[in-house]
Design a protein around this ligand. Structure first.
Ligand code: FMN
Length: 384
């Protein structure tokens, strides 16, 4: 990413401090508010997505950044405000998922997703935000703010409505003009996006997904890590405000003690495989994102491009979900890359898309929980 000098915005530390309090207490109140069908879950999910208005404070921009897609909903980010109203987005090493993501590829893609939300939200609220890489010893991304007169666009309005929808879709195709809009919204230097809409080729991707799924489910460490991030009941989802809540994936919420015991019985290769085949066959297409390089900077770019794709899809009422097994299983990835036609490059994300009703939205931790106030400049910022 280019480093562009820019004059700092008027976002003051004072505004920052106040905002953190306001944002976190709003979240707390929502969490303790009137219980709905899911014990206050819907209220908290909605409070996290209250639309921004006027010139946003730094905490409000951070709240929008955290609404981004992120692997396992681990929310592996720390936001570190710096001198002159700048901000660094850093990895949170305590939220790594080392089994499914041993080289932190997904972690950096997730940071890219958060960065893109932040850039779109800043621009929509009158601030031009420019990203630049941080020191190699401390990889992350820095953001400097300036001013812009651009009005909010469709990607901004989609931030609070975007979700990963893990259901069976309607089978309705997406019109060519809309596919073009998705590609043009997601276009980014060094990122290749292959769209697959032919039923035969989609079925071939489904077989790669099934093969990857089988290899992952044969690995007890993979199952243990996944189980750690599943929130089986509303109580656990509300307590941690992270992870993969059953209801968000269209599954019933059941008491965690019961679900953990039943897990091996219901989470079986054959049923999972048929579900993936059916879900892919019901989709309008598959998008595969591949970066030109294999390093955090390129993975952040993948996240930015994919987040823009997801937001444009949301703006057009198109749903999407990840079927990343062919790129997560290291032994399968080169074969998938050859079949895809990207040669020796590493495909990063496999995304199916199509039409379906929305499922419940996922939760996020409070702005205060993901913010580390600091007096150092972003290039020196440390997540510790
Ligand atoms: C890098 C990355 C990898 C992901 N991998 C998967 C995946 O393999 N399977 C899946 O169902 N969702 C996957 N997701 C989606 C996340 O689980 C989802 O973004 C997170 O749970 C938050 O939910 P939301 O996007 O609906 O807000 C991935 C997201 C990212 C950014």
């Amino acid at each position: 990413m280019r480093v562009t000098p820019i004059s700092p915005s008027a976002i003051s530390r004072r505004a920052f401090g106040k905002g953190v309090l306001a944002a976190s207490s709003a979240g707390l109140l929502a969490g303790c508010g009137a219980a709905g069908a899911m014990g206050g879950y819907e209220q908290l999910a909605a409070a996290l997505r209250v639309p921004l208005s006027g010139e946003a404070t730094m905490p409000e921009l951070i709240r929008y950044a955290t609404l981004a897609a992120n692997a396992h909903n681990a929310q592996p980010w720390l936001f570190v405000p710096g001198e002159g109203g700048t901000l660094a987005i850093m990895p949170d090493p305590s939220r790594r998922t080392p089994i499914v993501d041993p080289d932190d590829h997904h972690l950096y893609v997730s940071l890219g997703c958060a960065l893109e939300n932040l850039l779109i939200a800043a621009e929509a609220t009158g601030q031009a935000a420019l990203p630049h890489p941080l020191a190699a010893a401390n990889p992350g991304v820095g953001v400097a703010f300036g001013s812009t007169g651009k009005p909010p666009g469709p990607l901004f309005w989609a931030i609070t409505r975007r979700q990963c929808t893990r259901s069976t879709y309607s089978g309705t195709p997406v019109a060519k003009a809309d596919l073009d809009k998705l590609l043009s919204a997601a276009a980014m230097d060094d990122i290749d996006i292959r769209l697959i809409t032919d039923a035969g080729r989609m079925a071939r991707v489904a077989e790669y997904v099934v093969e990857g799924n089988e290899r992952q489910l044969d690995n007890p460490a993979f199952i243990a890590e996944l189980k750690d991030w599943i929130r089986f009941d509303t109580k656990s989802a509300l307590r941690t405000r992270d992870g993969l809540f059953n209801a968000v994936s269209g599954q019933p919420a059941i008491p965690a003690w019961l679900a953990k015991g039943l897990f091996p019985l219901v989470f079986r290769k054959d049923s999972e495989n048929s579900r993936y085949r059916e879900q892919i066959a019901s989709s309008a297409g598959i998008a595969v994102f591949t970066a030109a390089g294999e390093d955090p900077d390129h993975w952040i770019r993948v996240g930015r491009s994919y987040q823009r794709f997801a937001l444009m899809a949301t703006a057009m009422n198109i749903r999407h979900a990840h079927v990343n097994q062919p790129v997560e299983v290291e032994d399968l990835r080169p074969d998938f890359a050859q079949w895809l036609g990207v040669g020796d490059a590493r495909p990063s994300l496999v995304i199916r898309f199509g039409y379906a009703p929305a499922l419940p939205m996922s939760l996020r931790r409070s702005v205060a929980a993901v913010t580390r106030p600091t007096r150092t400049s972003p290039s020196q910022a440390s997540p510790a």
